[in-house]
Design a protein around this ligand. Structure first.
Ligand SMILES: [Zn+2]
Length: 457
């Protein structure tokens, strides 16, 4: 087997790994680059190999930095199956169609306002391309080896993280390899812990939080502080949030505050047409998370769900106090932009950043104390209190990753990907020092042969 790192190398987005074996090609993940403009522009570059030469895609989970390039791959000629877990398939339907809508809207908006450098800004892909992509999805059972042409076996194992998230174990002849995908946390209140790492000759592991430890703070307590403030000054708590995973864990925390009598007089709105669809998936895939059906209904029942654009506009004009959760999580697009424009200038409001904010995103600019944020080509002043909600990540931190790895057999080599360079370097160093494992932090387009040396006695 040979691996080529087509993305998530030197950066935290754009997961794309090419595996070649027996004259065949598969991709593990095919995600979008997100964040800095220099990264986003990579989505517009020619794909490094002919998409029509790819036999199949194995998808770890539905987040767009792992799946969001698929419609472009299909548009450019990829015709093979896309294998993933059943919940990933359902979530991808929601996320890829939404992504395509946003691509179309942004191209339309840029055309209308003339702020694009391009005379005819085109979407990266269309809704039609996303729909074709979804027809190529095939769901795979957990922990059952899937036999692919060319003698490759792929096994999907639970990774925690978000609904349906998998790590993928490959076997080709005598060589085995595991991709961690995005690795969840051992004690997440909603998601099950990651499966044990199976014995693997090669390991590709993410490092989003490779240089950090999640603070040991109760995130509901942080929210409670903002809630008291909003009750006092009638402000709006604006929470940019991923519609999948993060929004549900926020609702779980708000549910626990509601049970403690803390939410009185403070309505919760989820302004994301996706969020109630996602909620239904928690009921449809009960074995993929820890909540029972009754808890599911209670947790997700605390919010008002806003679907139409008119309702969303009405919400931007509404007075506080209220809690408003809206996508996207790093404020890179979606309805949160309109709400930030409406509420960001008022010091009685608060903006609660609920997760990882990739370099270059509006979320990161806010976290760094930016006094104004560019939205739709205009600068909007920010006077609202900017708060960070800690410890809500769907990713394991460095200690948690080390604890998970420590229980596994030593691979021949471990590749550290999916992190900002300092995070990847720090994780590589710890794995080397504490476990004695050989690590490589691959560069973009780095390629490695995966063999198994014959052991001599
Ligand atoms: Zn993810």
């Amino acid at each position: 087997m040979k691996i080529t790192f087509l993305g998530a190398a030197g950066t935290v987005t754009g997961s794309r790994y090419l595996i070649e074996f027996s004259g065949r090609r598969i991709l593990v993940d095919c995600g979008l680059f997100q964040g800095l403009k220099s990264l986003r522009l990579r989505n517009r570059e020619r794909f490094p190999i002919a998409p029509s030469s790819v036999d199949a895609v194995l998808l770890t989970h539905a987040h767009l930095d792992h799946s969001g390039y698929l419609p472009r791959l299909v548009f450019e000629g990829f015709k093979g199956p896309i294998y993933c877990s059943s919940a990933t398939r359902d979530l991808s339907r929601i996320l890829l169609l939404d992504s395509a809508h946003i691509q179309e809207e942004e191209a339309e908006h840029a055309r209308g306002h003339g702020y694009s450098k391009h005379a005819h800004p085109e979407p990266l892909y269309t809704v039609a391309a996303a729909e074709q992509t979804l027809r190529q999805f095939e769901s795979v059972a957990w922990a059952e080896p899937l036999a692919l042409n060319g003698g490759l076996k792929a096994t999907f194992l639970r990774a925690g993280h978000i609904l349906g998230a998998s790590m993928i174990h490959l076997r080709h002849e005598r060589v085995t390899a595991t991709f961690s995908g995005d690795l969840g946390r051992p004690r997440d209140p909603m998601m099950a812990p990651p499966s044990p790492l199976p014995p693997s000759d090669y390991l590709v592991i993410e490092s989003t939080y490779g240089d950090r430890k999640h603070e040991d703070v109760d995130p509901a307590a942080e929210l409670d502080g903002l809630i008291s403030r909003a009750k006092g000054n009638g402000g709006v708590i604006l929470i940019p949030s991923f519609a999948v995973g993060r929004t549900q864990s926020l609702l779980f925390q708000l549910w626990s505050l509601k049970k403690a009598g803390r939410l009185q007089g403070l309505p919760v709105f989820v302004d994301s047409p996706m969020a109630s669809d996602v909620t239904d998936l928690y009921l449809k895939h009960p074995s993929d998370h820890r909540l029972d059906p009754q808890q599911c209904r209670e947790v997700f029942g605390i919010a008002h769900y806003v679907r139409t654009a008119d309702e969303s506009k009405a919400l931007s004009a509404r007075k506080g106090p209220m809690i408003l959760i809206s996508a996207s999580g790093m404020i890179t697009g979606g309805r949160i932009l309109h709400h930030l424009r409406a509420f960001g200038g008022d010091p009685s409001n608060a903006i609660a950043l609920a997760g990882y904010q990739a370099e270059g995103t509006r979320g990161a600019q806010l976290a760094q104390g930016a006094e104004s944020i560019k939205i739709f080509g205009e600068y909007v002043p920010i006077r609202a209190k900017v708060a960070r909600l800690p410890n809500e990540s769907a990713h394991a931190d460095a200690d948690e990753m080390l604890a998970w790895l420590r229980l596994a057999a030593r691979p021949i080599r471990t590749y550290i990907t999916h992190g900002d360079p300092p995070a990847s370097a720090a994780l590589a160093e710890r794995i080397g020092k504490e476990l004695g494992w050989d690590c490589t932090v691959p560069e973009q387009l780095g390629a490695y042969e995966w063999n198994r040396p014959v052991i001599r006695n």
